[in-house]
Design a protein around this ligand. Sequence first.
Ligand SMILES: [Zn+2]
Length: 404
Amino acid sequence: MVKLSTQEIHDLVDQYREEAIQLFQKTVQIPSPTGQELELSQFFEAYMQSFGLSVSKYEYETGRPNLIAEWTGNEAGKRFIFNGHMDVFPPPKGVTSKYGPWSGVIQDGKLYGQGAGDMKAGDCAAMMAVRILKESGYIPNGKIVLSYMVDEENTSEKGVLSLLKDGLLTNGDFGICMEPSHHKMLMEEGGVWQAEVTYYASGGHTTHPTQEEDALMKSIKAITHLYQLREKILSRSFSQLGHPFFQINMLTAGTVSNIRASKSTFSIDRRFAWEEGIEKVKKEIIDVLDALKAADPAYDYTLREIAYYPCAKRDRNDESVQLMFQACQDITGKQPQSFARYASSDAVHIMDHTGMQMPIYGPGDLDICSTSDECVDLEEYLTTIKIYIRMLDLLLGQRAEENH
Ligand SMILES: [Zn+2]
């Protein structure tokens, strides 16, 4: 049984309208490109303390604290985790924005600034949801965690990955990542695997004839074979994600124009679906390269993994996920569409480490994030606060049967 009617939620958030907009504006006006999150983290820390939360800081690089604040209503209840990041991409170079990257200008109902959508609006919406509930005297039947990470736009090494390694953020029962999803619920991320392949040869001056294939020729032959595999990969299709990707984006060889290339390197960017699985993804590529080597030992190669981000898939039948959809329906009158994409997020890492359900739902349209005129519709932002409150109440409200 929920504690708050939807009308009460609308009224509560409407009372905090100016406060919520001011928080969002101030946050956007504090520059926080990756590596420079300190000032924003200090502001967030002070803000959360101002409504009675105690904030823990975890630093894996000096001056870059990750923040975790927990509000306990009932020690025995379940734990809901909000996860967001404080860092933003640096403003795009060579283009001028209408108001400047850190303006926080409000025009035609939209708030402008670098990182407004990705993901300061979501960060603030979660913070406001907790503040409003707390100040209204609400007591959750469990715990609510606000967590704000650094380093998300880089590799998450100094952020969520280090926290997870240290056993932090691993104790949630469910949660939301507030990345921009523009009224939709992100249910699935494809995985990413990137590697670099290198071939070698003995080199030598162009004018000295040789039968040996140089390193560049080897790379080209390997790429030609990999492109045949690419055809096969692109012909696959998965329910929400659509076609997986296979791209070769970089090729380097040689050092000067009159010496045969003794070394050549190319990079592979593979975006894959849950159903394909990382082991199969790697094996398909390695099999092609190994077949060339089996036919000619001169095709020996080295392969270096550059990046790996796992897949994440939420369970639409999970009760907590159903309640998150329900919360959107209750506030907006319609069910959000679910969607999938071949890109990663901190939520993927949290799910990979813990198995918990953490869909992505947040204000802002990713298509205009990191453009020179990034902005977020204020009504979308305010509606999201209401949805988060509804989610918390549906998931951590006192159940009727627990009163007995
Ligand atoms: Zn983001």
